[in-house]
Structures are given as C-alpha cells and as structure tokens.
Design a protein around this ligand. Structure first.
Ligand SMILES: *[C@@H]1O[C@H](CO)[C@@H](O)[C@H](O)[C@H]1NC(C)=O
Ligand SMILES: *[C@@H]1O[C@H](CO)[C@@H](O)[C@H](O)[C@H]1NC(C)=O
Ligand SMILES: *[C@@H]1O[C@H](CO)[C@@H](O)[C@H](O)[C@H]1NC(C)=O
Length: 420
C-alpha cells in the first residue's frame, strides 16, 4: 500500500472510531418512548429472560456459575448450567446475568410497599430484592475485581485499574454510603412507608403545577440537566438524590447552560449518586470526598466544589453498583441493541437507572417527567424555550424505557404522571 493510501485509510478509521465515540460520549437524551416498540421489545425480552421463568431463584445467588472470561465473548456459548436446562442457548458471557447478593434489612415495614406488590406482579421473576444497588468500600476486593473486570462501561470494572477503583471506594467507608436513605430516621412518619418522587426532565412537566406534590414526598430524585430555579411551580425545588455520570454532568453543564443549568442542585439534604461508566467517575468521586482537584485523566484539575458545592462531604456521596446496572439492562431493559454491534455502548439511560433504583429502594414511587406514549405532544425538556422533539440515539432505548414505565404503572408498582 502506498504511503498516501495508508494515510487515508488511517484517517478514515480514526474518523469512524471518533464518530462512535462521539455518540457514546455526548448523547444523553431525556426520557422518552413509542408504542409499536412494545411487541418487538417484549418478544426479545422473553427470549433472554425465559431461563429466569423456568428457574428463578437460582439467579438471586452468587453461587450460580459465573460466565467464563472474555475469549468466549464472541462465541456466544450458553453457560454450562443453562446448557443443561435449556434447549435454547441464550446468554453470552457478555450478558453476565448473575450478580452479587447482599442481605438487605428492610428499612420499613410498609405493608403494601413495592417489595410486597412486586411478588404478586408480572415482575416477580425478574426482580432481585438482594442485588446491591450501591457500591462502597467493602466491594473493592481482588475477587470482586476479577469478577467484574469482565464487564465494560457501567456494567462492571473493565478498563478500570484496581488502584483507581480501590483508591476511590476507600472514601465510601461510612454507613451513609451503603444505603440510599441514610437519613430516614429523621424523616420517618406514621405511614411507615418511604415515598419517593422521581423527576425526569421531560416536557410533559411544563405547566403541570406538580411542584408542591413532588416536594411533598420524603425523597426527591433528579438527574442531569435538572433545572429547578424558575420552574419550581411545575417541578418543585427539593432534591435529595441527584443522579449523573461525570460524562452526562459535563455534557449537561455545556448543553443546558443557556437554559439556566448551573450545575447539580446543592442543599444539605442533597446526596450525589454517581452512575460510574468510566474511570472519570471514580476519580471525580474521590476528588469530591477529598475536596481537592481531580488528580488525573480527562478532568484533571477540575474543582469538585464547582459541581457539589464547597461544603460537600463524603457522607453525601453514593455510587451505583455495576451489578445493578447490568441487572437492570439484562432484565428490565434488554434492548435489541444488545444483539447488534453497538451493544457495547448501550446502557439504560441515567433517568431509567434512577427510576429503577428508586423501585428497588423506596416503598412507593411516583415518576414525573418520564416519557409517555404521548411524547410527541411535549418538548424534549420542560425548560426548552421552544418545542424540540425528543431525540433518539443508539446508546439508549427510550422507547423500550417508555414501555417499561407503562408496564410498571399498570402493575401498580409506580405511579407515572401522564396528562389526560
Ligand atoms: C444461596 O446462598 C445461600 C447462602 O450462601 C445458600 O445457603 C443457598 O443454598 C443458596 N441457594 C441456592 C439456590 O444456591
Ligand atoms: C473513612 O476514611 C477516612 C479517610 O481515610 C477516615 O478519615 C475516616 O475516619 C474513615 N471513616 C470511617 C467511618 O471509617
Ligand atoms: C456551607 O455551610 C455553611 C455552614 O453551614 C453555610 O453557612 C454556607 O452557606 C455553606 N456554603 C455553601 C456554598 O453551601
């Protein structure tokens, strides 16, 4: 090959890699969906989830055989146990439908909370009450590192050095880091149930006048470009849990500055819940805990006070466990994208992760600003100055998410805000 030709080829290769990287890195659409997708989605779901129906309990246990490490990746072999049980091969090691299990002491004795309702619902087979939602100091062990290094991005610790991991999780060493609602005792009321409002940024909230209702919950979850100032009547003003990845936060600061986004909400009751999909998240989390600039990597030198305020302490920081992200991907949002070459960049959206985390930790969940079948009637965000259609990108499956919200609502597990 001649030198100029080689150069051209190299340029084309770099350009296409950058193109995918751009997609992965820049797009975090808001929360949206469509109906026709439902059948497609559910047939694919039943395909990958069928094994659970035949033997559900097995998967709630770490004792189930872990997938073999990566060379088998491309071979699409079923795990040994499944080979015996199922005629239909389903799971490649990429999927990894086996998770750590932890003893969860229920926070409340809420008689009709989500956990008791789920057992009677269509979701009973999928739902793992003992999957770790959050990760903290205890999880950073060499064994766990070996197990989770098989999975890339938000699904594991692939691409993350043990040093970076353990240096960061070392700061999540208080009991507050290990539970979603570390201040529940202070808030508990006679109902005995934890009530959560989970607020997406969808245009359906504009002129909704839902602010008071949202703020009336024990906990209020928000994500990404959650602009509160000026929109309190529609979206409320409290934030107890702010969910983001470092990437989506930086993108939100850039993209929504003109709409008024000045960074995550800051208040004494606010907790910052990282969705780690890159070593950037571990590095920023450590910097926030230490109140020092980010040491290395792409965000080197950034001051965490800019995002979390000067007063932030490590007890306000939490981080989703990669098993939880992989679990919700595999069982609740198994997009068809997982069967394509884009499978590595697909993950549940930040908003979906936040809502499903609430489903696994709250007794009651009201969801606002999430995509509904009428999404075309509303702008992408409640703060858009003029109508912008919801954007769909390959790294998320917003229509599958929309269908899931409908199914959870119809099952009585969440109350989804939908306008008549
Ligand atoms: C799950 O783990 C527990 C504790 O390690 C063990 O007693 C139990 O037999 C396991 N269950 C299954 C189905 O493997
Ligand atoms: C957590 O780690 C920090 C830094 O090493 C230490 O100062 C603090 O005492 C630890 N807290 C707990 C509860 O162990
Ligand atoms: C930090 O905390 C102090 C004392 O509680 C408070 O007066 C101050 O406003 C806080 N600063 C910020 C930036 O939140």
């Amino acid at each position: 090959m001649s030198a100029p030709r080689r150069l051209t080829l190299a340029a084309v290769t770099v350009a296409s890699v950058m193109c995918v990287y751009f997609l992965y890195d820049n797009l975090e659409p808001s929360l949206a969906l469509s109906w026709t997708h439902f059948n497609r989605a559910s047939s694919w779901s039943s395909e990958i989830l069928e094994p659970l129906t035949s033997e559900p309990r097995r998967h709630s246990n770490r004792t189930s055989p872990a997938p073999s490490p990566s060379p088998a990746h491309a071979r699409n072999e079923p795990t040994p146990s499944r080979k015996n049980i199922l005629a239909k091969p389903t799971e490649s090691p990429f999927i990894g439908d086996s998770y750590a299990s932890q003893n969860v002491t229920p926070l409340t004795e809420c008689p009709d909370g989500i956990r008791s309702l789920v057992a009677e619902s269509d979701f009973a087979q999928l739902f793992l009450g003992n999957v770790p939602v959050l990760q903290w100091l205890t999880h950073a062990t060499p064994d766990e590192y070996r197990r989770l290094s098989r999975y890339a991005g938000a699904n594991g610790w692939g691409g993350l050095s043990y040093q970076t991991l353990s240096d960061a999780l070392a700061y999540l060493n208080s009991s507050a880091n290990a539970v979603m609602f570390d201040d529940w005792k202070r808030r508990a009321d006679s109902s005995g149930c934890v009530r959560c409002a989970v607020v997406g940024n969808g245009g359906i909230l504009k002129d909704s006048k839902k602010g008071k209702e949202i703020d009336g919950h024990h906990y209020v979850f928000r994500t990404n470009g959650a602009i509160v100032a000026g929109f309190e009547e529609d979206v409320g003003f409290r934030t107890t849990h702010y969910t983001f990845s470092t990437n989506t936060l930086m993108n939100s600061m850039a993209s929504y500055a003109s709409a008024g986004f000045r960074g995550p909400p800051k208040s004494q009751e606010t907790r910052y819940v990282f969705l780690p999909d890159h070593d950037r998240d571990y590095l920023l989390m450590k910097a926030a805990a230490l109140r020092t600039p980010v040491e290395q990597g792409r965000d080197r030198g950034k001051d965490p006070a800019k995002y979390f305020g000067k007063n932030v302490t490590s007890t306000q920081l939490k981080m989703y466990h990669p098993d939880f992200i992989r679990y919700i991907r595999n069982r609740f949002l198994p997009s068809r994208t997982l069967k394509t070459k884009h499978r590595n960049i697909y993950r549940p959206s930040t908003g979906a992760t936040m809502l499903l985390a609430a489903l696994h930790t709250c007794d009651r969940v009201s969801a606002y600003g999430f995509m509904t079948p009428q999404f075309k009637k509303y702008s992408d965000h409640y703060y858009d100055r003029k109508y912008r259609p919801v954007g769909f990108f390959i790294n998320h499956d917003l229509k599958l998410e929309m269908n899931l919200w409908q199914r959870l609502h119809n099952a009585g597990l969440i109350t989804l805000y939908m306008r008549p």
